[in-house]
Design a protein around this ligand. Structure first.
Ligand code: MF3
Ligand code: CO
Ligand code: CO
Length: 331
């Protein structure tokens, strides 16, 4: 009688002092444990390589001198000015309508260029030209040192992906996040696009995320607390087996890109500021197919899902009205 000698490590490995899986009769720790650890590390590296990896970031694009720029354009640091009111004057609101419409147009023009093979840097060039054509400055350019004119967040990238040399691949999903500074105010919007044909889970993710934004907008009502918005978004995401990113929120917007008002996309009891007509803020849910936890790349910007699952996002800039919300970022 001969014993079959196993060649491949089983899925469940022996304890250190148990007999090795190979049938040698030696303790596992004296036999295959070291080799198995090396193999496991190799597989781990393969898993990481399957995701998006950082590409090359091109030199900074310039903005013609005649385009008015925000206070941080040269230094990278927004000027610390006294808090501006979250309820805007009719004059600011009128300018925000025009900035919002311009942002939506840039998003439309850049989104139309999404196809397999185009690099995210080429999308940056298209967006950059579009902002300038409309007389606006790309709000992200040098904002706290951010190097590009939009954020391009592919697959498991949650937000703040930096345009680089990576060509889009059939089956990718990509969020384009556009913010314009026009007439002294910012308009901020984003959408997730399909690159060719995508898998059914990605289709479902993008549809549910879009629905989350729509439900969040429908929850905007004067006299109600901000946390009504996150409540309906979280409910819809979790009902569909998805999760809501917690680290990044919607924000007050106007003469400043990000004002202190925060809009969580999950239910947060403390977010009890009452919505008032004239307030302007963004709703921009980031929804993950897996868990909500994120990791940051060492570029200091790119946020990815911790579990490698895909993430989608849609964003609008809104004005609270007597009836509900007016969407400012429509083309
Ligand atoms: N547009 C993003 C938002 O929705 C902010 C991008 S800031 C950047 O708030 F610096 F990362 F570009
Ligand atoms: Co944005
Ligand atoms: Co925003």
């Amino acid at each position: 009688m001969t014993t079959q000698i196993a060649r491949q490590a089983p899925a469940v490995l022996p304890g250190p002092n148990e007999p090795c899986w190979c049938g040698s009769g030696s303790k596992y720790k004296k036999c295959h444990r070291g080799a198995d650890a090396v193999e496991a590390r190799k597989k781990g590296a393969d898993v990481q390589r399957r995701g998006i990896s950082p590409g090359i970031i091109s030199p900074r694009r310039s903005v013609p001198a005649h385009i008015p720029r925000p206070d941080y354009a040269e230094t990278g640091r927004p000027v610390r000015s006294p808090e501006l009111p979250e309820v805007k004057s009719p004059d600011v609101i009128a300018r925000m309508r025009r900035a919002g419409q311009a942002a939506a147009k840039v998003l439309q023009m850049t989104g139309a260029a999404v196809r397999p093979g185009i690099t995210t840097d080429e999308l940056d060039a298209i967006a950059h030209e579009a902002y300038i054509q409309l007389g606006g400055y790309p709000s992200t350019l040098n904002y706290h040192g951010y190097p590009k004119s939009l954020c391009t967040s592919v697959n498991e990238v949650i937000c703040h992906g930096i345009p680089d040399s990576r060509p889009l691949e059939e089956g990718d999903i990509i969020n384009l996040d556009i913010t314009i500074f026009l007439e002294g105010v910012h308009g901020d919007c984003s959408a997730t696009f399909f690159v060719g044909k995508v898998d059914p889970d990605s289709e479902r993710l993008v549809r549910v995320t879009r629905e989350c934004l729509d439900l969040g907008i429908a929850a905007v009502k004067p006299g109600r607390p901000i946390n009504d918005i996150g409540r309906v978004i979280e409910e819809h995401a979790t009902k569909n087996g998805m999760s809501v990113v917690r680290a990044y929120c919607g924000h007050g917007i106007g003469e400043r890109f990000h004002s202190p008002l925060q809009i969580p996309h999950y239910y947060e009891a403390g977010a009890d500021t009452i919505m008032k007509p004239g307030m302007t803020f963004t709703v921009e849910p980031m929804i993950n197919l897996g868990h909500w936890q994120h990791r940051s790349w060492d570029d200091g910007w790119t946020a990815v899902t911790a579990d490698g699952s895909r993430s989608a996002q849609f964003e609008h800039t809104l004005l609270v009205t007597e009836q509900g919300a007016e969407i400012l970022t429509l083309p």
